[in-house]
Write a protein that binds this ligand. Structure first.
Ligand code: SF4
Length: 330
């Protein structure tokens, strides 16, 4: 079932311009946007992914990854199809860049499924493909989900315009935002986007919702130490306690480079720690990914793989030294 989109304008000759993301696709009748999920039918823009669910399941919250948001808990996770970036290393390309089979789920049905999993899940995460291209569906679902005391999480590339971002922020509790590199040349050549809108999303979102940032590191492409220093300094200026996840790349979709050496990631993690208190390494089994108090180094969350156990945290402060800890765990 197609829904008329929000965030677009009608132009002459039945053309429309989608205002949802910075691509601002101008579409004639019958054309679909870059994301593959918004289409001009008869001069009206439709959100083709509305309620179309390609994958769902219950995941550890750490898998999003969110390490400072209800550690050790699980979250009901859903994804649709399409993406407004074209990263050639996409780890979810089957649903992001192909047209997977979907089942239709109206917001009320999604709520029902979320409620059914309430005993083991804190809410709903919109993830797997790029959620912002389904902003209309998420906004509708999120209102229902939050009205039942559950949380709403987005795992996003952050490539969105400011008006729809504002509408989403009103309905969302936490976001993991990809910052794929800190320069336009990587974004343009590898992802077919640009970095500034993503920075704006991080800056705006971290004022109102819980934000963690993820960078997938590909040896030689976004592993320059100076760039990491600049990027982490930028994030640290926004919030020194903002968690940064440096994930190890593995070959996927169109990219065949070998996996990024673990030593490279460890080295860049030390660089990022000059400016940020919470830097984690992803996709490397057996690494120390505990959360430590930035003041006294006590273990706050004991973490192994996707399981987190809260240790020295009470009422938002370190139980040992009293330092405020940026972890939602109420
Ligand atoms: S959301 Fe899709 S259709 Fe809209 S501007 Fe972005 S890529 Fe184009």
């Amino acid at each position: 079932m197609f829904k008329e989109a929000r965030f677009y304008e009608k132009l002459d000759k039945s053309q429309v311009r989608c205002l949802l993301c910075p691509h601002l696709c101008k579409l004639s009748v019958g054309e679909t946007g870059i994301c593959g999920s918004r289409k001009n039918r008869g001069g009206i823009l439709y959100a083709m992914g509305y309620g179309e669910i390609a994958a769902y399941g219950i995941d550890p919250i750490e898998k999003k990854p969110l390490f400072h948001y209800y550690p050790g808990k699980k979250i009901f996770s859903v994804g649709s199809f399409g993406c407004n970036l074209k990263c050639d290393f996409c780890q979810n390309y089957r649903i992001a860049h192909e047209r997977p089979a979907t089942m239709h789920m109206e917001p009320e049905r999604l709520l029902e499924m979320a409620l059914n999993s309430k005993d083991v899940s804190i809410g709903v995460a919109f993830t797997y493909n790029e959620p912002v291209i389904n902003a209309e569906y998420i906004i509708k679902c999120a209102k229902l989900i939050r009205s039942h005391g559950m949380k709403v999480v987005l795992v996003t590339n952050g490539f969105i315009n400011q008006d729809p971002l504002e509408a989403l922020i009103e309905q969302v509790d936490a976001m993991n935002i990809d910052l794929k590199a800190f320069n336009d040349s990587f974004y343009k050549s590898i992802c077919k986007g640009w970095v500034n809108p993503v920075k704006k999303t991080i800056e705006r979102a971290c004022r109102n919702v819980h934000v963690e940032v993820t960078t997938l590191l590909i040896e030689g492409l976004n592993t320059d130490e100076r760039e990491m220093d600049e990027m982490s300094s930028y994030l640290g200026d926004l919030k020194k306690d903002m968690p940064l996840h440096l994930s190890r790349y593995y070959p996927a979709w169109k990219r065949n480079d070998p996996p990024t050496p673990v030593e490279t990631i460890k080295h860049l993690s030390e660089t990022a720690k000059r400016h940020l208190n919470n830097v984690y390494i992803g996709n490397v089994p057996g690494i120390d990914n505990n959360t430590y108090c930035p003041e006294c180094r006590s273990v706050i969350v004991d973490r192994s793989e996707y399981a987190g156990k809260v240790r020295n945290l009470k009422d938002g402060v370190c139980r040992v030294c009293g330092r405020k800890i940026l972890i939602r765990n109420d």
